[in-house]
Design a protein around this ligand. Sequence first.
Ligand code: FES
Length: 164
Amino acid sequence: MDDKTPVEKKPISRRRLIAYAWIGAAAIVIGELIFGTFAFLWPRRKGTKVETVFIVGKVTDFKVGEVIPFRKERTFILRTEGGFLAMSAICPHLRCIVNWNEVLKKFECPCHGVKFNRNGEVLEGPPPRPLDLYKLQIVAGNVVVDRVSPIERRKFESSQVIKI
Ligand code: FES
């Protein structure tokens, strides 16, 4: 065969073209499924700078029984009869951000549908422990939360409530 002879191109059959199209479509669907699964399971992160020690308000700003969310700081403040509890909004399972459901009076994790009671204890589902606590102090009538070192716990105990 001469080097200058043009190479004869074999026409692709219709059947083979359709097979390639199906393989391509299947690859896209499988890729979407894998990506979607990981995106669902992976915790959401936002790049906002948040204070680690902050004043949530005056003691008198909170009503007994109230749960107040501090979204940016990913913190919930619970005012009890005896005092205050500062809880992390980060789920101890895979670190999704939990929400407070005022109607049901429960915390809910959107990632796996888990519920926590108002003290942060797991009611159902996979989290290994209650919502973590943050250090809380009453300083000159102000409620101050320190998020530097979250405190893990096995269950709620009344000694965790910071007395007024
Ligand atoms: S991340 Fe799984 S229950 Fe919250």
